[in-house]
Design a protein around this ligand. Structure first.
Ligand SMILES: Nc1ncnc2c1ncn2[C@@H]1O[C@H](COP(=O)(O)OP(=O)(O)OP(=O)(O)O)[C@@H](O)[C@H]1O
Ligand SMILES: [Mg+2]
Length: 433
């Protein structure tokens, strides 16, 4: 019953992410360079920016303009912080790539992400100081484009590290990737917040002029922006329905699983299905898709291994807590062995490489492009499995706003995955990003 209700209200989030990935896939085919920072770019400017201190901003500060009429001063105030801050953060990321072992930097996937960061830095730092609304609008559009491009980096960086994990210590790799992902969250939240305010301001101006014509905006803004609907505050959706998110992601992953294995288990959602949370939908979507991909894959694999005639369904239970939402995903996919358990939250560790169980999966570059393209068309940031990024990144995302992700495995039976997400608005406003 729930699925019928939820399917009917399919939100634009997943579609938007498809669009983003499609866009990024086109860009990635268009340009392929190799990591050679020293010859391509003017390093002195990057180092100059990178040497400046980051100025953290709290979620509460970012949300302060929420639902109030915006003035020109508010917008120029917001752009002045955004314009000063983002190039510094981008420059620090660029420099972090310089510190990678040379051989890692020559990997084409890592080089591609490096180039994307450099180009983002290059475009944004080149703007002169913004004094009027025309310049602000131009910067905002550039910002919007950059945010889109940087959305694509995770599957690419995951593939890069998979190919060269032997050249780096585990801890060194973890620190690099965690820093990259955390900083990407900050860049994105700050960037999207300004973009949303800018749209909100223009819409308010339009309404003030009694214009009845509906504003036509970029697809990105229509789905993720703050001004189109009361529930959006920049990148944050204040009334996100976890049950709806699970339902949408469940469908996508089920489809993906069917395409990959020719079969897929059913799933059902129970518990507090009407509960809402204030969260960044793309983060929730990422975590959910990764957890479900793991459960779907494990269920099908275990059915094959144990000659099970039908797949037991995956149970998704939602619970409501004080300022948070809990999700338990329960599968009968055979669980995780004691030996593998310490590895599952490590970047670039996957049982697909460890025991080569899944022969239909090819994680070589050519295979990656086939699988990833398929996955990208479905709005999911990677193949069904094999990159070893799903769990560590999901845990990082969950932990970023004070949540958690834990797995309890019953070897030979299945896993219970416990996800806890704190509602951003209200409960984590003091969080500095
Ligand atoms: N629900 C589960 N049941 C059984 N094994 C699991 C489950 N979830 C995760 N695992 C194990 O943990 C490993 C790591 O999971 P993770 O999602 O990080 O990587 P992956 O699925 O191999 O690759 P990808 O990055 O593409 O998701 C998996 O390879 C799998 O062996
Ligand atoms: Mg996975």
């Amino acid at each position: 019953m729930l699925s019928v209700k939820l399917a009917a209200t399919r939100a634009p989030m997943v579609a938007a992410s498809r669009q983003q990935h499609h866009h990024s896939a086109i860009l990635s085919n268009h340009k392929r360079r190799y990591f050679s920072a020293k010859s391509h770019y003017d390093e002195t400017v990057v180092y100059k920016y990178a040497s400046q201190q980051i100025k953290p901003v709290s979620i509460g500060q970012l949300l302060k303009y929420r639902r109030m009429p915006l003035s020109k001063e508010n917008i120029l105030d917001s752009i002045s912080y955004t314009q000063a801050e983002l190039p510094v953060r981008l420059a620090k990321r660029v420099i972090s790539f310089h510190n990678l072992p040379f051989i890692v930097g020559t990997n084409p996937h890592i080089a591609r992400v490096y180039n994307q960061y450099y180009e983002a830095f290059d475009r944004l730092h080149a703007f002169a100081s913004i004094k009027d609304l025309d310049a602000e609008w131009e910067f905002t559009r550039a910002l919007e484009r950059q945010t889109q491009i940087l959305l694509d980096v995770i599957p690419t960086i995951a593939q890069g590290f998979l190919e060269c994990k032997q050249y780096m210590q585990r801890e060194e790799r973890t620190v690099f990737i965690n820093d990259l992902i955390r900083s990407r969250i900050g860049l994105r939240v700050i960037g999207e917040q300004h973009v949303a305010l800018s749209y909100q301001f223009r819409e308010e101006q339009k309404t003030a002029k009694q214009t009845t014509q509906k504003t036509e905006v970029h697809g990105f803004q229509a789905s993720y922006g703050g001004s189109m609907d009361d529930v959006w505050v920049g990148a944050i959706h204040t009334k996100l329905l976890p049950a709806l998110m699970m339902e949408q992601c469940g469908r996508l992953v089920q489809e993906m699983c069917e395409m990959h294995y020719g079969t897929a288990p059913e799933y059902y959602i129970d518990g507090d299905v009407d509960e809402t949370i204030s969260y960044i939908p793309s983060h929730f979507e990422y975590i959910t898709c990764e957890l479900l991909k793991n459960s779907f894959r494990a269920t099908v694999d275990f059915s094959n291994k144990s000659n099970r005639l039908s797949h037991p369904p995956i149970q998704i239970t939602i619970t409501k807590g004080e300022g948070y939402v809990g999700v338990r995903i329960r599968d009968q996919g055979g669980g995780i062995s004691k030996e593998n358990m310490p590895n599952v939250f490590e970047y670039s560790w996957s049982s697909m490489q460890a025991d080569g169980v899944d022969e239909s999966s090819d994680t070589s570059m050519a295979g990656m492009s086939l699988q990833t393209n398929l996955a990208l068309q479905h709005g999911i940031g990677g193949p069904i499995a094999g990159l070893g990024f799903g769990l560590p990144m999901a845990r990082l995302y969950a932990g970023y706003f004070g949540g958690s992700l834990d797995i309890v495995s019953m070897e030979g039976y299945g896993c219970d995955v416990f996800l806890k997400l704190r509602s951003i608005e209200g409960s984590v406003e003091e969080k500095q990003i």
